[in-house]
Design a protein around this ligand. Structure first.
Ligand code: NAD
Length: 371
């Protein structure tokens, strides 16, 4: 039996409430499997600024690095909004990503059939539900390329001066592309063996390199069916046939945009889990997509399901407990099928609205009830 070390970063706002729920579910996993979880709670974000003056204290990063996985609530809030860039709570996220070498961001856009009315899409498009894993490259591309702004001495066709001119450069190396593609292929193997590589290869040189590397990497995963899709088409297909899409892998900027679009079509931010991964064997970081929701912090209204589902991703990707991940996802579905909702996902007055703690208890009950 294993003992898994989990660094827990509650963060700010509802972060403490939802990570507490997720840890309670993990305790149940421990009971069922005979493994154990050693949780170490550490500070980051606004809570860390208040306690130490630093959004990411060295101790937090050290404990995160020594863990098998990191569970993060959310950071930020109005109290710290006036601070300059590097002293803001969000600096902790960048520091954690960099310190842990996390280059793959996985966002699961999941719409359970029970919540179909939350989606802005029509019933016939949703089909039996939506379950798309978007793998976004996190540390390269245009967001980290050369940038600058300078005065141009040139003119436009009509003779008027160009004025200031700014540039942001998209750069990708074969190595960076290969490692993120591997994450995509591994996930495709764990799921439906279908992988969509999103790019703009009709225009961008970097995209053409992505395609070349894909052709090499796919040889190691012959069972995976690969589809190349231009990003403009992908943004349309997400609205036209989302239920037929499974794993999407793409660059930093395209992934940023498409994962928000995919999240929106599921309609409920309180339901969306995510993971950030580095090299195999290194700790991954798992967190809900939502923020610290300061407007509902401390009211018991926070939906814990995104964080609980993030733990399912943790069990599958970092702890080799895929069967328990499946059970947690099933337990969440069962609770929704029984009509239980937190306020953010309650579609009508018939819903039985639960607090954060009550919802967590229902998931635990449903998990216990599974064979
Ligand atoms: P938010 O996701 O915190 O909240 C947006 C809306 O969704 C709010 O009305 C909130 O009440 C609701 N909501 C969010 N999660 C919910 C949940 N689990 N259950 C029920 N309702 C939920 O986004 P925001 O208001 O733009 O940001 C608030 C703070 O969070 C900001 O300081 C922002 O910088 C930070 N933030 C942090 C992260 C992160 O830590 N990864 C991500 C996004 C935003």
């Amino acid at each position: 039996m294993a003992e898994y070390k989990i660094a827990v970063i509650p963060g700010d706002g509802i972060g403490a409430e939802v990570t507490k729920s997720a840890c309670a579910v993990l305790e149940e996993v421990a009971k069922r499997t005979g493994n154990s979880f050693a949780f170490t709670e550490v500070l980051a974000g606004g809570a860390a600024i208040d306690a130490t003056g630093d959004p990411l204290p060295e101790k937090t990063l050290q404990i995160a690095k020594e863990s098998d996985a990191v569970l993060l609530g959310a950071v930020g809030g109005p109290k710290w909004d006036a601070l300059p860039g590097k002293q803001r709570p969000e600096a902790a996220l960048l520091g954690l990503r960099k310190g842990l070498g996390l280059y793959a961001n996985l966002r699961l856009a999941i719409l359970f059939p029970q919540l179909r009315s939350a989606s802005p899409l029509k019933d016939e498009i949703i089909g039996n539900g939506i379950n798309i894993m978007i793998v976004r490259e996190l540390t390269g591309g245009i967001y980290f390329g050369k940038r600058g702004i300078e005065a141009s001495s040139e003119t436009l066709e009509d003779g008027s001066p160009k004025g200031m001119e700014a540039f942001d450069v998209e750069t990708y190396s074969e190595g960076e592309i290969r490692r993120i593609l591997k994450v995509g292929f591994v996930l495709a193997m764990q799921r439906k063996k279908k992988l969509i590589v999103v790019d703009k290869a009709n225009i961008l040189e970097t995209s053409r390199l992505w395609r070349k590397v894909t052709e090499e990497v796919r040889k190691d995963y012959p069972e995976v069916e690969v589809e190349f899709m231009y990003v403009d088409n992908a943004s349309m297909q997400l609205l036209r046939r989302p239920s037929s899409m499974d794993v999407i892998v793409t660059s930093n900027m395209f992934g940023d945009i498409l994962s928000d679009e995919a999240g929106m079509i599921t309609g409920s931010i309180g339901m969306l889990p995510s993971a950030s991964l580095g090299d195999p064997g290194k700790p991954g970081m798992y967190e809900p997509v939502h923020g610290s929701a300061p407007d509902i912090a401390g009211t018991g209204k926070a939906n814990p399901l995104a964080t609980i589902l993030s733990c399912a991703m943790m069990l599958r990707s970092s702890l080799d407990l895929a069967a328990e991940a499946d059970r947690i996802e099933q337990a969440v579905q069962d609770v929704l099928a029984q009509g239980y909702r937190t306020a953010d996902i309650a579609e009508d007055e018939k819903a039985q609205i639960l607090t954060t703690t009550q919802m967590t208890e229902k998931v635990i009950e449903a998990y216990r009830a599974l064979a």
